[in-house]
Structure formats: C-alpha cells, structure tokens
Design a protein around this ligand. Sequence first.
Ligand code: NAD
Length: 464
Amino acid sequence: MAADSTFEVDDPGTGAIVAAVSDGTRADATAAVDAARQAWAEWRATTPRARSEILHRAFELMHDDIDVLTELIMIENGKPEADARGEVSYAAKFFRWFAEEAVRPGGEFGEAPGGGSRTVVTHRPVGVAALVTPWNFPAAMVTRKVAPALAAGCTVVLKPAAETPLTALAITRLLARAGVPDGVVNLVPTTDAAGVVSTWLQDVRVRKISFTGSTPVGRILLQQASERIVNSSMELGGNAPFVVTDDADLDAAVEGALLAKFRNGGQACTAANRFFVHEAVVDDFTAKFGAAVEAFRVAPAADRGAQIGPVISKRAAVRIEEAVADAVASGARVAHRTPLPSDLSGYFVAPTVLRDVSPDASIIQEEIFGPVAPIVTFSTDEEVLDHVNSSEYGLAAYIFAGDLRRAFKLAESVEAGMVGINRGLVSDPAAPFGGVKQSGLGREGARDGLLEFTETQYYSIDWS
Ligand code: NAD
C-alpha cells in the first residue's frame, strides 16, 4: 500500500491498543482496482472446477488456522471464545458451500414460443466487485461475500471495518495460500471509509457493490451507486421481533431467546431486538429468561469462561445505556440485570431484561445492537402482527408457538426476509440470508448469493 500512516486497533475488552495497521488512501483504493481489473481476465477464464478447488482449500485452511483466527477475533472484536470459534467455523462454511456451487453453473436452453429460434440463458461474472464489511462478524461477513464473488469468477476490492481489519488481513493471506492468484482479492483497510468506497463507486471498472452495515450508510452508498447504476447488494440493519405465544414451549422459547438475543452480546443484525410475549405466559417467560441472564459471566474474551463480552466501543456502550435510561423514563421496568464485576476496564454493558415496555418506545423502534431485551406484552395474534410489522426494518423474526399451523400463519404475515420458527438462529450458508423493507436488497448464501455476483445474459439462436 502507498499509505505511510497507520491507525490503531484496540481490544474492546480492555481498551488496550493491540495493533497498528496501514491506513489506506484513495490512491490505494485506485491501485486495488488496477490490480483487480488486471487479474480479472485470467480469473474469469479459470475453470469452475479450478475455482472450486481453491475455495475448498480455503475451507480446509480456515479449519487448520481456527485457533489463530479465533484469537484474532477475540482480540479485535472482543467476543468470547465460544462465539469467536463458532464464527470461524460458520465463516469457513461459506468457502465450502460456494466451492460446491461454483461447479453448478445452471443456465437454461429453450424453444422460443413462436418457433424459429432457441434461447440460451447464462450467468456471467459481473466484473470487479467492491465489498464493504462491518465489525460484528469480522470473518463471516468477509467470507460470505468473497466466496461467492470468487466462485462466480469476479475479482474483488475489499474494505473491512476499521475496528476489525486483522481478521480480514489473515483471511486474505490464507486465500493466497489456498491458491488465489495475486490481484484477485485486494484488501484496503482504512479509516477513510467514505473516501475509499466513493473512489470505488466512481471508478467505471467497478461493476458491483456488496455492502453489509447500517441502513444509513447503505442509503448513502445506494445514492452514490445510482450515478453509474452500479449493481448493488445491501445487507442492512435489523430490528428482529421475537414472539412467544400462549401455547409455546417456554423452555424452548427461553433457550431460543438467549441465543437470538445474547449471541455475540446482542451485536448481530439478526439479534432479537424486541420481545412480544403473550400476557398469559409473560410472567413465567420473564422469570426463566431473567434467571438465565442474571447467571451470565460477563468478562473480557481473555477470560476463557466469558459468556458475554464487551460491546465494540465506548460510544456504543454509552448509546445503549442511554436507550435503557430512555425506556425506563418512559415507563419500562428493569426486571433483571446481570451484576458486572468491578474490575472491568473495557466497554461493557450489563445484560438487561426490561418489562412493561411500550410498543412505541424508541428502544423498540431502533436497533439496540447490545445485550438488552425489552419485553412488550400482547393479547391477540392480530395485535402482535401490527406491532411486528410497524417497523421499517424487515431482516429476521422469531416465532415460538406450540401449534405449527399458527406459527406458519403468523410467519406468512410477518414482513421479514427470514423467520426462525421455534428456533433462535436463522443463519446458514445454504439458506438465502437477507431482508425486506429498509433491511436491504438481495440475498447472501444459498444459490442466490452466487447469482448476486453475476449478470444474466441470453443468446437468441436462429433455428430456422
Ligand atoms: P456501519 O454502517 O457503520 O459500517 C459498515 C461498514 O461501512 C464499515 O466497513 C464502515 O467502515 C463502512 N462505512 C461507514 N461509513 C461509510 C461511508 N460513508 N461510506 C462508505 N463506507 C462506510 O455499520 P457497523 O456499525 O460497522 O455495523 C453494524 C450495522 O451493520 C448494524 O446496523 C447491523 O444491523 C448491520 N449488519 C447487517 C448485517 C446483515 O447481513 N444485514 C450483518 C451484520 C451487520
């Protein structure tokens, strides 16, 4: 990189500086596109089998390196070991899934209805793709984009979040060891996100933007992409409802709630953000859920027994505490709160369960992105659907109900891209991940994820 300055990366669990990384400039952004464009001719001409084998090697190498990658995520993101290890394993599966998809190019051949011609439909790699990723899953958000892009025959320029560049750097090196040629994956860590990404969006050689992050930044990038009508995939913010009906298995609902809310300390776009619990079971549910929350061990990731780590920054901790204070000021009650050890020096927020929250409270309307669970009570399915669909977000939703038909009926009326039914986890590389409304455009994972990096082309062939 041309950059001669660096930026610091800290450990959110302690606040200590752990690394200095080259701070990419607009010139580095352009140099990355130069390399990606030059490598594209050769990369797109490789056989699907060759690309597949490289991605398979990347999957295996990620498992060989799981201890190191886990440690890197723990250090720069702060998540506990089990969450970090789980993320590496999940991230690696995108390499395996897209290694398998790479050799299934699909396409169609058919007779035109009027006769006289035949139609061949095919999917061509879109070209150089710009990838922009967030800090909350420093490995999985990278592989969920890089793997389908490479499988499709694209080359990429990649900007990881400035909070978590180390894991992305390690994955880039691993890809070189797996056999990815120079210039195919080009990483630009930077604190000038706006400068680097706008440089890419203005560059005629960049044909695709795939972004994961907040809705406000997604909106800015869509505006910039509109100048050149750049093909855009957007995985944006969420505000997942978690519905517990009166006939739900409460133990299963509590287990699902702990996973949907507290995995990654609540810092997931799919995190349950607002709980709607039927009035007949709300006391029992809250008592069981709250008891489990109070028993959490909150500690820096270096403490191997940690279950809940820090949030990403001091600013995030302050924002979440303010959201809780605002909810309490407007009538909510703190029902359960995990006591925090007194010797913590990082950015910690006590896991909290709020009761009697108004469905109109701002903590219900906005993404919390932290370990706080606000509970709203409801009495009918119609009422809960009104609450659920009142949000402008529509990424994930969770429904716990005993009667499966009732669960399905509710799910069909929920405005969300993904619905967990009696399950607190929806992510799977084989499933199409993505949202509706202001949660995004397009899907990642599944077959859909590969098609996002292609353009459909058809040939009309004379058959007279
Ligand atoms: P963010 O939008 O602040 O940042 C995401 C990325 O965009 C980072 O790489 C950042 O450096 C970059 N960025 C910031 N401002 C930019 C600008 N003006 N121009 C270009 N790039 C810019 O989000 P975050 O705080 O890193 O992540 C949390 C958000 O991401 C949450 O809203 C969460 O729901 C969302 N998210 C969504 C998904 C999903 O798949 N839908 C997955 C994970 C996170």
